[in-house]
Design a protein around this ligand. Structure first.
Ligand SMILES: [Zn+2]
Length: 368
């Protein structure tokens, strides 16, 4: 028997519609703070002694996973919407944007089966959102390898399900997203000015590559870095400027490698080892505005990457307007992200932007 099924509370049952007074009070605090109150929300501090919670105003968690009983595996087979809500309340998170971690080999198999599975996941997520529209948002799944099916799912997810955006994997069908196969998908996402969260997924090429080093140690982040470089070098970022991409884990290795990536842009170098004098911005016909211009436009969520080292690299690359809050719950405990935030020397103003303000620009329906 699937233990998930016995613990699952279906969205139709109201999920969290009947909650205790403490949750209602907390929501009231979120609403007040979200309306522009700049003083620390004392009620939120009372919820938790964690210093990281002191400066927040109802966080928006853009890296947060739902699970379904019809897709096996995943981070927490016992996940329920209420488990998320309880953790969100403990950590001052007003809204979680739900994406499905997926099992890329199944959902993105390029067949009718994958297309149907993505639809089912999205309809399930939409029910969670309609039961709790202020607490949950939906980043819909796309059956990427099936380009025609993906175009239909974009339309259905945005127009019928009112999804807030999309969650895709860093590679699908062993191809990274800059592959020309996927260009029609990104052109449509560009036309719709869609939010697209790029979630790590280890390519078949690179699984169990290093003896004694699990895939979760570095491969998730390296695959994310490959995905961004693929979008950049193939001209997708410049050709589809209105897609609002969210990169996971504080940009993975992108911030640390940004300079080297710039210096290796084809056509912008004289040798394998150096940039061409006078073309220090890494420009070519696919990157007409230069590498840093494109990387600075992306959004970056900070799940399990709030250590001072990645945050220093990220904030050296991008303006604070591009920082977002994420937790990767339930794959990661929320403490993996929150415990380090006080060590990052971010001002209260920047923390507010990271926690909520920047995400409100991407998801205006969440504006208080
Ligand atoms: Zn995740």
């Amino acid at each position: 028997m699937n233990p998930w099924a016995t613990n699952h509370r279906a969205p139709e049952s109201g999920a969290s519609s009947t909650r205790g007074a403490s949750r209602r009070d907390l929501l009231k605090t979120f609403a007040t703070a979200g309306a522009g109150a700049l003083s620390p929300a004392s009620a939120l501090i009372a919820q938790s002694a964690r210093p990281a919670n002191e400066a927040t105003v109802g966080r928006i968690d853009v890296h947060h996973h739902m699970q379904t009983h019809f897709v096996p595996g995943g981070a927490d087979a016992h996940w329920t919407p209420d488990k998320s809500l309880d953790e969100m309340d403990r950590h001052a998170i007003a809204t979680a944007m739900l994406s499905h971690p997926g099992n890329g080999d199944q959902i993105y198999d390029g067949t009718e089966k994958g297309r149907a599975l993505a639809r089912r996941i999205n309809e399930y997520g939409a029910k969670l959102v309609s039961a709790n529209p202020k607490r949950f948002g939906l980043l819909a799944a796309l059956p990427m390898r099936d380009v025609e099916g993906t175009l239909k799912e974009i339309e259905y997810a945005l127009d019928t399900l009112k999804a807030d955006g999309f969650g895709i994997l860093s590679n699908t069908g062993e191809k990274w997203p800059g592959d020309p196969t996927y260009l029609p998908i990104f052109q449509e996402l560009d036309r719709r000015k869609a939010v697209v969260f790029i979630h790590p997924y280890v390519n078949k090429c690179c699984r169990q590559l290093v003896a004694g080093v699990g895939d979760a140690v570095v491969e998730y982040d390296f695959d994310t870095t490959r995905a961004i470089t693929s979008l950049l070098f193939n001209g997708v970022l410049s050709r589809c400027p209105d897609v609002r991409f969210i990169v996971n884990h504080s940009g993975a290795a992108v911030p640390a490698l940004a300079g080297r990536i710039k210096d290796r842009v084809p056509g912008a170098q004289t040798s394998n080892f150096g940039a061409r004098p006078g073309n220090h911005e890494g420009k070519n016909d696919k990157i007409p505005n230069g590498v840093f211009y494109e990387l600075k436009k992306l959004y970056y969520e900070c799940a399990h990457a709030t250590y001072p080292m990645p945050m220093a690299a990220l904030t050296s690359l991008v303006p604070t307007s591009q920082l977002l809050f994420g937790t990767d719950y339930p794959a990661e405990p929320m403490e993996s992200t929150l415990d380090q935030l006080p060590n990052d020397a971010l001002s209260r103003e920047v923390l507010r932007a990271l926690d909520r303000g920047n995400a409100e620009r991407l998801f205006p329906r969440l504006k208080a």
